[in-house]
Design a protein around this ligand. Structure first.
Ligand SMILES: [Fe+2]
Length: 196
């Protein structure tokens, strides 16, 4: 039976669950030969939305309560790396959006930034509802769970990752923290401002 590749491209996240993985792989192969446009990617993003708030963590909580110490330790370690990584990527994507050479790229990159923020929120919710924490906000939680990894991890996530981001942005010079909105909106050199 012929594969309806266009149907796969238009499928919602729920519909994707009913599509054979081989057909999805054929769709991906076609994408390699015939790259989708930035607006195609944007439209696909729009049709494949999901919400952190819709996820039921009750089974994860049950698994957590039944896990032994080694399993909990291993889960916490991998989740610390993931949570921290998602927040780091969210933090450093904004300058790439500002530096986009076309509105189409800017729109597509914005969706990527939202996705990374959503992944960050996912892990915050997992911490509160599965592992448990008394942290008053995400800032404190991220500080508490920051992995004590090797020096390479720190260099990659706290120095290197922010470097290209800093170069892409005229506003950030020494860290990956976002600039104040007033500073960004006041500058006529912002790609966003120049197109507004
Ligand atoms: Fe992510």
């Amino acid at each position: 039976m012929a594969i309806d590749l266009d149907r796969i491209g238009r499928a919602s996240l729920r519909e994707l669950g009913d599509i054979r993985i081989d057909d999805v792989l054929s769709f991906i192969d076609r994408g390699i030969e015939k790259m989708p446009s930035y607006m195609d990617l944007y439209r696909r993003w729009e049709s494949q939305q999901w919400a952190v708030g819709d996820i039921d963590f009750s089974l994860d909580r049950q698994d957590w309560l039944e896990a032994n110490d080694i399993e909990r330790k291993a889960t916490l370690w991998s989740h610390r790396l993931f949570f921290n990584g998602e927040e780091r990527v969210t933090s450093t994507l904004a300058p790439f959006v500002w530096a986009s050479p076309t509105p189409e790229i800017e729109v597509f990159l914005s969706t990527q930034m939202v996705d990374e923020a959503r992944h960050t929120v996912f892990f915050e919710r997992w911490w509160r509802e599965v592992a448990g924490t008394d942290a008053r906000d995400m800032t404190q939680l991220l500080k508490e769970i920051r992995p004590e990894a090797n020096e390479g991890y720190n260099i990659l996530f706290y120095d290197r990752l922010s470097m290209p981001s800093s170069r892409a942005s005229p506003f950030i010079t020494s860290s990956s923290r976002r600039p104040s909105p007033s500073r960004a909106s006041a500058s006529s050199s912002s790609p966003c401002a120049s197109r507004a």
